[in-house]
Design a protein around this ligand. Structure first.
Ligand SMILES: [Zn+2]
Ligand SMILES: [Zn+2]
Length: 166
């Protein structure tokens, strides 16, 4: 099982296996982090201890879009120059490729709070897909933490946490 995380201190991204005995140390700022790991079911985030995690398909969005765009271009070209049968082949083929890849790729479990990504183990029924209400709660929490942490001089034109659209 591997975890991809951002350093809590300086946001430097890093990836490592979870089941290692040593503390993780940030390569940029030497921040140390003890991972209370080892349970394969992953009930809590080993980085921050948060118990609310969500799962999603480990399928990069750009890849799906690239396949789709290439298929559309190919089908458009073949539509005018060759036969329409090829156009349909590319469109249907790309849909099949998308579907097969979606089935083949595993789940990635993500921590709502620190957004660490866990790969290489099976998501259980305890892991639900992303819920916007929970995600929004943690987004507000991050804004509050940033606001309390950053005491800048320019407090007059401070950023508004756009709470109007809720
Ligand atoms: Zn760091
Ligand atoms: Zn976490």
């Amino acid at each position: 099982m591997k975890v991809t995380l951002a350093c809590p201190s300086c946001d430097q991204p890093d990836a490592m296996p979870v089941d290692q005995p040593n503390d993780w140390q940030c390569t940029a700022c030497d921040h140390r982090l003890h991972l209370n790991a080892a349970e394969s079911s992953l009930p809590t985030c080993v980085v921050c201890g948060n118990h609310e995690l969500y799962k999603k398909k480990d399928f990069p969005h750009w890849l799906g879009m690239t396949i789709l765009i290439v298929a559309v271009i190919l089908s458009t070209v073949t539509y005018y120059s060759y036969e329409k049968w090829w156009s349909w082949s590319f469109l249907i083929g790309s849909a099949i490729v998308d579907g097969v890849m979606y089935l083949l790729v595993g789940d990635v479990v993500v921590c709502y709070r620190c957004e660490s990504h866990y790969r290489g183990f099976k998501a259980t029924a305890a892991h639900h897909p992303f819920e916007i209400t929970i995600g929004e709660r943690y987004r507000q929490e991050r804004i509050r933490l940033q606001g309390s942490g950053v005491r800048s001089q320019e407090s007059k034109n401070a950023k508004t946490p756009d709470s109007s659209d809720s």
